[in-house]
Design a protein around this ligand. Structure first.
Ligand code: IPD
Ligand code: CA
Ligand code: CA
Ligand code: CA
Length: 287
């Protein structure tokens, strides 16, 4: 796949994402549906945005594949990632924010080719902030190059530790384990409710690090490319385990030295206990 082809996909999808963003800002009388649990929400707007994106891209590129949050939920299955160009879509990342009008809400769309993450677009329509990256070409916000802040000292680090999933019983002990190890070491912690934007805030230098367990491919498919292209580092939160976009438990940091320090904190505890706490996702029913 040539760089030119990826560029042409990018140019096709970018205005489409912007148009889909209008559906989010113009949403009215938002009715909340519970998918599986009280904290697992969906609205007609999530489905509408995903529909627009998949249908329009499919029409233009009929051989491309898709992994979308809401189509996966509908069939209770996440399609396997293949070597084909695959658009991984989170139509509204931060649905719990969206239904409250809290403007940390975005569309996230990533592209993989040969299972490699090559393109990421994250759009916050409330702020009109468009974060983009193509592998090897840097990261941008509204067309302006962005960089991580290069923080390399864990004690001076503010980390966005995404805790929404700690609401689920099966994740609670793991989150408490990580929280209790981090809290005494870093300068501060935050939790904002959008994984994709959390990654973009690391990419643009306004946050030093981001960490979350138990996410899904669509939460991380775009943001991870954007962090990497902005000069940041991403790794699975278990030392030595390779980052897997289909099963993202990970830390993203402004610099590699900071990433290594954050990983080392995870190691301070009892390895066996941590291993036992890492939940293997059997299905997509918990987010
Ligand atoms: C959620 C957000 C949140 C994270 C949850 C995700 P959604 O995505 O990214 O920050 O903590 O685990 O599921 O459901 O709003 O698309
Ligand atoms: Ca969701
Ligand atoms: Ca999400
Ligand atoms: Ca979503």
């Amino acid at each position: 796949m040539s760089g030119k082809e990826i560029q042409s996909y990018f140019e096709f999808v970018l205005p489409l994402v912007k148009t889909a963003g209008k559906v989010i800002v113009e949403a009215k009388d938002i009715e909340i549906e519970i998918k599986t649990e009280i904290y697992d929400l969906v609205t007609i707007y999530d489905r509408k945005v995903e529909d627009i994106l998949i249908k329009t891209i499919k029409k233009q590129y009929p051989t491309h594949k898709f992994i979308g949050e809401e189509e996966s939920s509908a069939k209770s299955q996440i399609s396997e990632l293949t070597d084909d160009p695959t658009w991984i879509i989170d139509p509204i990342d931060g649905t719990a924010n969206f239904v409250r009008g809290f403007p940390v809400t975005c569309i996230s769309i990533g592209l993989t080719i040969n299972k490699e993450q090559v393109l990421g677009i994250v759009y916050n329509p409330y702020m009109d902030e468009m974060y983009t990256a193509i592998k090897g070409q840097g990261a941008y916000m509204n067309g302006k190059r962005i960089y991580t802040n290069k923080q390399s000292d864990i004690q001076k680090t503010v980390i966005n530790y995404e805790v929404s999933l700690a609401r689920a019983e099966k994740y609670r002990d793991l989150y408490l384990y990580r929280f209790s190890h981090l809290i005494g070491v870093v300068q501060g912690m935050r939790s904002m409710g959008s994984a994709a934007l959390g990654l973009c805030y690391v990419a643009n230098g306004s946050m030093d690090a981001y960490q979350c367990d138990g996410l899904y491919p669509w939460d991380a498919a775009a943001g991870v490319v954007i962090v990497r292209e902005a000069g940041g580092a991403v790794a699975d939160s278990t030392i030595g385990k390779e980052f897997d976009i289909m099963n993202p438990n990970f830390i993203a940091a402004a610099s590699k030295p900071l990433l290594d320090q954050l990983l080392a904190v995870e190691k301070q505890g009892d390895d066996e206990r941590l291993a036992a706490l890492l939940v293997k996702k059997a299905n997509i029913g918990c987010r």
